[in-house]
Design a protein around this ligand. Structure first.
Ligand code: NOJ
Length: 928
């Protein structure tokens, strides 16, 4: 009997886990629901324009907000309303609307049920996402102006917000009268209010043998949002698709599926699909040449589906919206929650991201090591394997900073434990890496093995810290360890308890150089509906899982990052990589694009995916270099390293069924070229780190679509094969096998310098370039200065005291400028002003280093003796032979030197050698 039971269990494990172990299966479309199989989506999509009959009444200013009721037209009368209620009619109670204005041109719209009308339940509003500092930026409205039936409030100098009463519409427009964004202009707004179940009504939903009880019935919300004077819309990750979002509905759109936002563990995802992946950010940007950029964000954690509507989609309706302005209409649908939406007026792309990140937070500044190269594999088998891989990197002169351990390092997938047969001395192992300045990352997932001898499980059970099923029992689902329960991270008390688990006492075998990887936090449940948690599972505060599904991984990530901060008493910046994400994730760490495949098309789509994450606030992201599933041909692997070296998060990773693929396994030539790709990243670390700081301060992403730097160049709007790293470097990936040539559009009026050859190319032109396997094209924009560290070391730590190289690329006025940000790369002291921030300006033949940091004194001062050892002058006449350094009055030589310190041929370019200046100081260098 016992044997049969075990056999049954064994077969079940194989069945559930098999898709995750092998690569013979492809994307399981049938596991997941499409819009037609998702009742709220199907209902919403079948609605016709102008079917909303709500009007705004009782408009007034109260508590600094504009408030109104939304009631059905012709039902303003309370008695009628009452009658309808009794007849069981729905949608007839008044909704409460409020509009609030915040500084920097931000409008917030909230719509919810009226609590005084006793709804069956308070609808869920997502906590812990909005920055407290943002709430302080509220501008108190004092009055509302009534202009011909429109209620108008001031937004900022240039813009105003309008609430139209009949029919109800919210509009943001310029003082010139031109619309920027609007909501419900097509009358698609619908809000299914919670109500008592009618007799005989069936609220349950069934999917593949799972029943969702839906005890509160239909509660979805949908509405249309229009963006004016835009050519494209962008954002709403995570989808493996183009940067500029393709229409999903309208004339000529076949196979019409909306963009889905529902965090899912999708096995072998397709490279071109609106299907929802591991994370969700309901934030969309519109961009056009004439007006610029605008943004719309809906803070809601339930399943969402978004249509981008193609021109003519509403041809059959009689709507005429303002002519003379182009427009993209979109349609937003969510299963539950409230309307809590934000409009951002821009007008530039960086303005919109600043506005959005003022609401949800900017990216945390990572430790320097985290911005370098990471080596991962499922799995590095044991301590010997770890040691071998580590020493091979040194043997092959390839730098790396972090070695990762996947799930197999644990004792039976019990996180915070070690398989002591394979890893008998984890502390020693970490210390050996740390001696070379290297770190280790281990995986900690949210599913907890239901094993009574496992201390985490015991405690979580005793304390009642697990998510509950619809019957109120600890939810039991299947994941890597087998039967598992899931910590309820929505509760702050539980997050704090979880955080304690990372202390050195509790996480036995961990050391200060160990950091964390949070995976499977969508959450992934192998035997759950759509491989996730049932929507009727219950969280703290009686919140249904459906209401917060997309934020579950966010809370888990937050709790883990909090734990790492706590273990070093707030003196060490955490590093936590997460697969699932939500708005605000950027405050807690990095994300990656999950289980991609070793195919050229997947390399190509990784670029728009990473760019989209950056546009929506997540500056620190990357894709598995080489592709997680499958075995990349050496050429693909090399091309992936060449692109990956520019991802903000740069990590090689592979599934355990794949062949080993460490950089030295593909012959000498490939090793040399992969080494060079990784060296380029190390060389550019000072530049990357400066960009990470920029993201931390202003939200501006590290890698950017070309249109972010060239917002009025229409030629860039649809580009997603080339991208900018900061404002100075343009990179063009190679995404096809055996490529001999590639076309690259170099925007703007200034030239671009090939970063390897120093050759100048004219801007504003598409160049057809020859390519070899040696590198992918990368250009420095004329008019910029890039800080580098050129000496080759084993890890970023070992480069700490190395001197800098400044690469000055002169523009047509023989000018250039750039920045350098430096701090201790590790602690939070930078928040007290302990950093160096310089602006370098080259003009009139003179380079000046200007301080941008506030004056810091005593303890808060960051000190380094690092100097500048070379200053490369691209576009400078070779005739000059000397330079004068001031205030030291020293002379320095100007002579031809190598553009890069790399073996083999490298062109000679005018270089100021050993100017002897420190990066901490003010100085000038005049070319004589
Ligand atoms: C799924 C993750 O996406 C992948 O990167 C990882 O290797 C496996 N889980 C095993 O932990």
């Amino acid at each position: 009997m016992k044997y049969t039971h075990n056999l049954y269990l064994y077969l079940l494990v194989i069945l559930l886990v098999a898709p995750h172990l092998t690569t013979v299966f492809s994307w399981k479309k049938d596991e997941f629901r499409n819009c037609n199989q998702t009742p709220f989506c199907k209902r919403a999509r079948s609605r016709k324009p102008m079917s909303c009959n709500l009007i705004a009444t009782h408009v007034e200013v109260s508590d600094g907000d504009l408030k109104a009721f939304l009631v059905p037209k012709n039902q303003e009368n309370q008695e009628e309303d009452q009658e309808n209620q009794e007849k069981g009619e729905i949608h007839s109670k008044a909704l409460i609307l409020s509009l609030s204005v915040y500084s920097d041109g931000i409008l917030r719209l909230k719509i919810d049920e009226d609590p005084s009308l006793d709804p069956p339940k308070k609808r869920f509003e997502v906590p812990d996402v909005i920055e407290s500092g943002f709430l302080e930026k509220k501008l108190w409205l004092e009055s509302v102006e009534n202009k011909g039936g429109l209620n108008v409030v001031y937004l900022n100098g240039e813009y105003e917000a309008v609430l139209r009463s009949d029919p109800f519409e919210v509009l943001v427009r310029g003082k010139d009268g031109k619309s920027v964004m609007s909501l419900n202009s097509h009358g698609l707004f619908d809000f299914e209010q919670l109500r008592v179940k009618k007799e005989g009504e069936d609220w349950e939903e069934r999917w593949k043998g799972h029943t969702d009880r839906r005890p509160y019935g239909p509660q979805s919300i949908s509405f249309d949002v229009s963006f004016y004077d835009v050519s494209f819309v962008y954002g709403i990750p995570e989808h493996a698709t183009s940067l500029a979002l393709k229409p999903t509905r309208g004339p000529g759109v076949d196979d019409s599926e909306p963009y889905r936002l529902f965090n899912l563990d999708v096995f072998e995802y397709l490279h071109e699909s609106p299907f929802g992946l591991y994370g969700s950010i309901p934030f969309m940007l519109g961009h056009g040449k004439s007006r610029g950029t605008s943004g719309f964000f809906w803070l809601n954690a339930a399943e969402m589906q978004i249509d981008v509507l193609k021109d003519g989609w509403d041809a059959e309706s009689s709507i005429t919206l303002p002519s003379g302005q182009s427009r993209i209409d979109t349609f937003w649908m969510s299963e539950a929650g409230v309307v809590d939406a934000f409009f951002f007026v821009g007008p530039g792309p960086k303005d919109v991201i600043r506005q959005y990140t003022s609401v949800t937070g900017t990216s945390a500044l990572p430790q320097l090591f985290a911005t370098a190269y990471h080596q991962c594999r499922w799995n590095y088998r044991d301590e010997e394997d770890v040691q071998n891989v580590d020493s091979k990197f040194d043997e092959h002169d390839i730098p790396y900073d972090v070695l990762w351990l996947d799930i197999e390092h644990t004792d039976g997938k019990k996180y915070f434990t070690w398989d002591r047969a394979l890893f008998p001395n984890p502390e020693d192992m970490q210390k050996k890496l740390a001696a070379k300045g290297r770190k280790m990352v281990t995986i900690v997932d949210p599913h907890i093995k239901r094993d009574n001898s496992y201390h985490i499980h015991k405690e979580a059970t005793e304390k009642g810290y697990y998510v509950k099923d619809a019957n109120g029992n600890d939810y039991d689902g299947w994941c890597w360890p087998g039967s598992s329960s899931y910590i309820d991270m929505v509760n702050p008390e539980i997050r704090s308890w979880w955080g304690e688990k990372f202390s050195y006492q509790e996480y036995v075998g961990s050391t200060p150089s160990l950091y964390i990887w949070n995976d499977m936090n969508e959450p992934s449940v192998f035997n759950g509906p759509e491989i996730s948690m049932p929507r009727d599972a219950l969280h703290y505060g009686n919140v249904e899982h459906r209401e917060l599904h997309n934020a579950y991984g966010y809370y888990f990530h937050m709790a883990t990052a909090g734990g790492l901060v706590k273990r070093e008493s707030g003196n060490d910046r955490p590093f936590v990589l997460s697969r699932a994400f939500f708005p605000g994730t950027q405050k807690y760490g990095a994300v990656w694009t999950g289980d991609n495949t070793a195919e050229w098309e997947q390399l190509r789509v990784s670029v728009p995916m990473v760019l989209t994450l950056g546009l929506t606030g997540l500056a620190f992201s990357g894709a598995d270099v080489g592709g997680f599933f499958g075995n990349p041909e050496p050429e693909l692997l090399l091309r992936w390293y060449q692109v990956g070296a520019y991802y903000p998060f740069f990590r090689g990773h592979a599934h355990h069924d794949t062949k080993r693929r460490e950089p030295w396994l593909f012959g000498e030539r490939k090793t040399e070229l992969i080494r060079e790709a990784i060296h380029i990243r190390y060389m550019l670390l000072p530049y990357f780190y400066t960009l990470f700081r920029e993201a931390n301060v202003s939200g501006t992403p590290v890698v950017r679509p070309l249109w972010m730097e060239f917002p009025s160049d229409e030629g860039t709007f649809g580009t997603d094969e080339a991208f900018m790293v900061g404002n100075s470097i343009l990179v063009q990936g190679i995404y096809t096998e055996g490529a001999k040539q590639v076309s690259v559009y170099l925007p703007g009026e200034q030239s671009w310098y090939d970063m390897r050859t120093g050759t100048a190319y004219t801007g504003g032109v598409t160049h057809k370039l020859d390519v070899s396997e040696e590198a992918i094209p990368a250009f420095q924009r004329a008019g910029t200065i890039i800080p580098r560290k050129d000496r080759f070391r084993r890890s970023s730590k070992q480069m700490e005291n190395d001197p800098y190289t400044l690469v000055i690329a002169l523009n047509s006025s023989r000018e250039a400028e750039g920045e350098l940000y430096v701090d201790d790369g590790k602690s939070f002291a930078f928040q007290q002003g302990s950093y160096i921030h310089r602006r370098f300006v080259f003009s009139n033949g003179k380079l000046t280093s200007i301080n941008l940091a506030p004056a810091a004194t005593g303890k808060s001062q960051f000190v380094t003796d690092c100097t500048v050892e070379r200053i490369i002058l691209l576009g400078h006449s070779p005739a000059h032979k000397g330079a004068l350094v001031e205030p030291s009055n020293q002379k320095a030589d100007v002579e031809d030197g190598p553009l890069m310190l790399r073996p083999g041929r490298t062109p000679a370019v005018p270089t100021i050698r050993k100017p002897g200046v420190r990066i901490t100081d003010d100085w000038t260098i005049r070319i004589l």
